[in-house]
Design a binder for this molecule. Structure first.
Ligand code: FES
Length: 172
């Protein structure tokens, strides 16, 4: 009986020590884990629009603009230089196209193919797009150039996220 009580006391002390140790360890480890995964829990901090000039600077002739974007993904932070081809039509509607070719990702330029004037031209595989970014049927790209979200505010043109261009291909 006395022996049984001795074992019970020892077991109780073991449990008490384990519980106390576990509590202290959890108190130390939890802030470390939280610090380690915090950037992931916060997610993407991007999505802000960037001013690229006054809407008055743009017209029917595509103009290339460059701007810097700060991106943060988890622990990774970077400053990237982006560019867009911007036009403003006679109704005042602004279109900002991504210059990244939808075939294999080369950079398109405006009006650089003498055989196909007034089109975006990709020198890598002769891809072509209309002024609205529509892919020219029969050339390698199968979708139109992506476009940026645009907003005019306080006399400035802001570009936001890149989104797919819904315009279908055209002949040209
Ligand atoms: S990458 Fe532009 S046509 Fe191939």
């Amino acid at each position: 009986m006395g022996d049984k009580r001795e074992i019970s006391r020892r077991t109780f002390l073991n449990y008490a020590l384990m519980g106390t140790g576990g509590f202290l360890a959890a108190g130390m480890i939890t802030p470390m884990i939280r610090f380690a995964v915090d950037p992931l829990l916060k997610g993407h901090a991007g999505g802000d629009k960037v001013a690229v000039g006054s809407p008055d600077e743009f017209n029917a002739e595509p103009k290339r603009v460059e701007f810097k974007v700060h991106t943060k993904d988890g622990w990774y932070e970077a400053e990237s230089t982006m560019s867009a081809w911007v036009t403003k039509n006679e109704k005042g509607e602004i279109l900002a196209l991504s210059p990244i070719c939808k075939h294999l990702g080369c950079t398109v330029d405006w009006n650089t193919s003498p055989e196909h004037p007034n089109q975006y031209f990709c020198p890598c595989h002769m891809g072509r797009y209309s002024i609205n970014g529509e892919h020219i049927l029969g050339t390698p790209p199968l979708v139109s150039l992506d476009e940026y979200e645009t907003e005019v505010k306080d006399g400035k043109l802001y570009l936001g996220k890149i989104k797919p261009n819904p315009r279908p291909g055209v002949t040209g």
